[in-house]
Design a protein. Sequence first.
Length: 343
Amino acid sequence: MNDTFLRACRGEAVDYTPVWLMRQAGRYLPEYQSVRSHVDFLTLCKNPKLAAEVTLQPVDILGVDAAILFSDILIPVEAMGMRLEFSEKDGPVLSEPIRNRGAVEKLVIPDVEDDLPFVFETIRILRKELQQRVPLIGFAGAPFTLATYMIEGGTSRTFVNTKRMMFQNTAVFHYLMEKVTDMLVPYLIGQIRAGAQAVQIFDSWAGILAPADYKKFALPSVRRVIHEVKKEKVPVIYFVNDCAGILKEVKNAGADVVSVDWRIDIADAIKKLGKKVTIQGNLDPCALFLPREKLEEKVKEILWKGEAAKSHIFNLGHGVLPQTPVEQVIALVDTVHTFGKRG
């Protein structure tokens, strides 16, 4: 098996910089669109055979160094008792947003094996398919990011309901975070025991917080998740979108790998994070619309700067956009493999 990605996660010597991409299985791929033409998104997530099929597509098409489980961060939130729907226009929608203590009390901590069996079955299928190829990454949303969805009822520009609860009903907010954290620990451990060889925790909305507020309201919960999950002896990656202002605090979460978005120069991120963690990232997804030679220049610059880190895993600063030409994504992976060689 090509274990370059796993060795980079651990900070071990590698022959080249490994690369995988957030949302590498998605709408930019015609093969994915073909599967989606027969099922809705939520059904796809819950069908182990189909979820495994679309997880494998970018491994075959792009030649990436890791596969990531096809699912959604809100799948376990549904198991806590919130009705989940996906709108093509508005994205995820959660019924009856959490706005008071009574609503938090109604949330259940699922038995992940019984309530989310399709997730673990997908992982088991994938491990059989990927045995001699590349590692499999499992994932979940971070406690703060999941809490924002649960409070807002979906995505938001201002997150006013989340921050109002944080500042006016702090005890209720911490109660919600505790419940979400209690769900996430067994959920991620379950993925690992089913066969995931690394896990990534997505904190998509933590960048909305001031550093002091991140430290108070988000960091303790994600640090607990990471501490417990690391007992399983697999690498833990922590991705914080819009992380530039809080990297000093993010460093204290305890992850093996910190994944950064494109809004910070990767050299500056390395200086802030130090030599004890592997860095992942951080090409702007829109750079994939550049002419080939300009894209190559940006990739080479990130690779060169990434050499200053303990180790570097190439990735985008966020997910592949649906409008991205497939040939550009293939070219990106080839460029990383060509210019990321050691020696």
